[in-house]
Write a protein that binds this ligand. Structure first.
Ligand code: GLY
Length: 330
């Protein structure tokens, strides 16, 4: 499933945070179990699966075959790119013609990396094309994003804008907003194109000034869910957003990105969301929502909530180290 890279990825991040070699061994064991996925073309999620696992492996404790596996995985993802439409197709099921979901922005990271690893700019160009088309068609005037945009397979024109996991077609599904902030911040990292940074900032403004964002900054599963304040929170959306905002804070002089991320992390680390050791099936965070409309994973721990929480912790550490070294230089 799309989540298969998050357990090894979490182990890699935990290793990075602690230096504990036993965690690296566990990470490598579960990373290598995903090797066959490098040839998977059944949906767009290979970026999540292989970058969170092999991407972290290559960064932290590389083995010779990691690089080739990441490049092969990127080629598999590229098989879902249509040059006529300029986008990677997310899903092959449903009544859509050529559906693209906001989550797909996350899968571009492996493509940018594949160009760095191989020197082949094809991956980079496809990622940029996908980011540009998504920027043009996925966002509303207020900075929020649709979940699904369906393109006409023959003409490339937008057929409809709707949701699969949100409250309604016109609502703002919380995790989708977080994917957008993270995705465009990451695209700015690789391209330095200002329009990507501005899109990430616009999406942040939508979320952080929204009247339905609770005081502790952990969003309800959808900003427009009908029974707010009696709706469930989604800790996974909060963790993804915190990880993104630490990175965004590195590209901006505005203090608010790091301040917001710190506040989110403070909430997630409190007993409201962070489970006691040995409870919560040994996950770190409680209270996430997978897909409310499908009745799947409602108010549960989710491995990707833990993954992005760990990534946010690492990024927080990096930001704090950088701030300290700047203050020493002064
Ligand atoms: N990428 C799937 C989800 O966010 O639920």
């Amino acid at each position: 499933d799309w989540t298969s890279g998050f357990y090894p990825g979490s182990m890699w991040l935990a290793y990075e945070l602690t230096g504990d070699e036993a965690l690296a061994e566990e990470a490598r064991k579960y990373t290598n179990r995903l090797e066959d996925i490098q040839y998977y073309t059944g949906n767009h999620d290979i970026g999540f699966m292989m970058y969170c696992s092999y991407g972290n492996a290559l960064r932290l404790k590389p083995e010779p075959k990691d690089k080739e596996i990441l490049i092969n995985s990127s080629e598999s993802l590229c098989a879902r790119f249509s040059p006529e439409i300029g986008l990677i197709r997310s899903w092959d099921f449903g009544d859509w013609s050529y559906p693209v979901i906001i989550d797909n922005m996350m899968n571009l990271e492996i493509l940018f990396e594949a160009t760095s690893l191989s020197g082949d700019s094809t991956f980079y160009n496809m990622a940029v094309s996908h980011a540009d088309m998504t920027l043009k068609n996925h966002f509303r005037m207020d900075g929020s994003s649709y979940h699904v945009v369906d393109y006409d397979m023959r003409t490339g024109k937008v057929r409809s804008r709707c949701t699969a996991q949100g409250y309604s077609d016109e609502s703002a599904w919380a995790r989708g907003q977080a994917w957008g902030i993270y995705g465009y911040t990451m695209c700015y990292r690789y391209t330095r194109q200002l329009k990507y940074l501005e899109q990430a900032e616009a999406a942040y403004e939508f979320v952080c000034t929204h009247p339905n964002l609770p005081e502790d900054l952990i969003p309800y599963w959808d900003f427009d869910a009908v029974n707010i304040p009696h709706e469930l929170r989604d800790a996974s959306a909060a963790a993804i957003m915190a990880a993104a905002l630490y990175e965004l804070s590195m590209y901006s002089n505005k203090a608010k990105y790091k301040e917001t991320a710190d506040k989110v992390m403070h909430s997630l680390s409190s007993s409201d969301y962070r489970s006691k050791i040995g409870e919560n099936h040994n996950f770190l965070l409680m209270h996430s929502v997978g897909s409310y409309p499908h009745g799947n994973e409602i108010d549960v721990p989710l491995i990707y909530a833990d993954y992005y929480f760990l990534e946010a912790l690492k990024r927080k550490r990096d930001c704090d180290i950088e701030a300290k070294s700047k203050s020493v230089q002064k």
